[in-house]
Design a protein around this ligand. Structure first.
Ligand code: NAP
Length: 307
């Protein structure tokens, strides 16, 4: 049987990292987790850690700032996956140097898990959210480190549960605001499914030095389509208020950071169509085509849970 890569996951106590560790273990990869001392003081994180250790994860103590811990960790693995928060993306710089110097890592998956930072059409508006991720890409490429970038677009737990209505936390019942003309298509993928696709990619030569895009059928919808699906489920027509692009931009500029980030993500996804405006070129691969056996939650199934 083909030997499974040994995997290091940084961010194992996080939202996405926790699922990545579980799928890596389920897939038979010896899986190491790099954990900061501070994680052991948070009861929720301790609970997650205990569950991961019981499932077979191998604990390494350290952090992205502790170069020695990174060097020790890199000696034991073939693949490194990082799932730290986006605003800390540049904290991966020391890790990238360590991977380069180790010369033995056959794949690095940097912390991205969002919209393609090289394709985004909102530069200047996003408070470096995407430019930091693009900078990490350039460092990885300059060092000649083998990589796969994971572009899952939006996680299903964000925007979708309130149909992208700022100020709401549940889907609207009477009226709905539609930004732009409502025709740009956005992509939503459940956290746990992103983890399953990511782990499938680690030993797959088709994903080497490629961007893995997730656009699963049943998960790619415009705002107009999402509203229609929701109306169908609640058997009621909603009053629709259309907000033109200029007004969306005005609102983004008037709202202080970071409160304007939700509107920026809405603008990117539903007005600019940043998830889907481009075809996947040879620098990328389509995750649902590569792994048709993977089951995933569709948007409609997720909306059913909100009824
Ligand atoms: N597309 C989307 O809709 C979407 C939504 C959310 C997130 N994401 C992406 O998913 C990725 C992971 O985000 P997340 O929300 O899962 O993160 P998260 O829940 O905030 O977890 C972050 C993890 O990183 C660890 N960490 C932070 N700084 C570290 C350091 N210096 N050294 C070692 N470990 C460190 C944390 O460990 P401690 O336990 O020590 O704090 C924690 O385990 C990011 O790239 C983010 O952009 C995408």
């Amino acid at each position: 049987m083909e030997e499974k890569s040994r995997v290091l996951i940084i961010g194992a106590t996080g939202r996405l990292g926790y699922h990545l560790v579980n799928f890596s273990l389920q897939d038979g990869h010896p899986t190491f987790i790099l954990i900061r001392d501070s994680s052991f003081t948070d009861p929720n994180k301790v609970q997650k850690l205990n569950s991961l250790l019981t499932a077979g994860a191998i604990l390494l103590k350290g952090s992205l700032e502790d170069e020695k811990s990174l060097r020790e960790a890199a000696k034991q693995v073939d693949v490194v996956i990082c799932a730290i928060p986006s605003k800390q993306a540049l904290d991966q710089k020391i890790l990238i140097q360590v991977i380069k110097e180790s010369g033995r890592i056959k794949k690095f998956i940097p912390s991205e898990f969002g919209v393609d930072p090289d394709k985004i059409q909102i530069s200047g508006l996003d408070h470096q959210f995407y430019s930091r991720k693009a900078e990490v890409r350039r460092l990885v490429e300059a060092e000649g480190i083998p990589y796969t970038y994971i572009c899952c677009n939006l996680l299903m737990s964000y925007l979708l549960p309130w149909l992208a209505q700022p100020g709401l936390k549940v889907p609207p019942k009477d009226k709905v605001t539609i930004f732009g003309d409502g025709n740009a298509k956005a992509v939503f993928v459940k956290d746990i499914d992103v983890a399953a696709f990511t782990i499938s990619a680690i030993d797959d030569p088709r994903t080497l030095n490629k961007t893995l895009y997730l656009r699963p059928p049943g998960n790619v919808y415009s705002m107009n389509e999402l509203v229609a699906i929701w109306e169908n489920k609640i058997a009621k027509k909603l009053e629709k208020i259309y907000v033109p692009e200029e007004e969306v931009l005005k609102k983004i500029k008037e709202t202080p950071y970071p409160d304007n980030m939700e509107m920026i993500f809405i603008y990117s996804a539903f007005v600019k169509g940043d998830h889907t405006y481009f075809n996947i070129d040879p620098s990328g691969v389509d995750g649902t085509q590569l792994y048709p056996h993977l089951k995933y939650t569709t948007v409609s199934e997720h909306l059913d849970t909100l009824l």
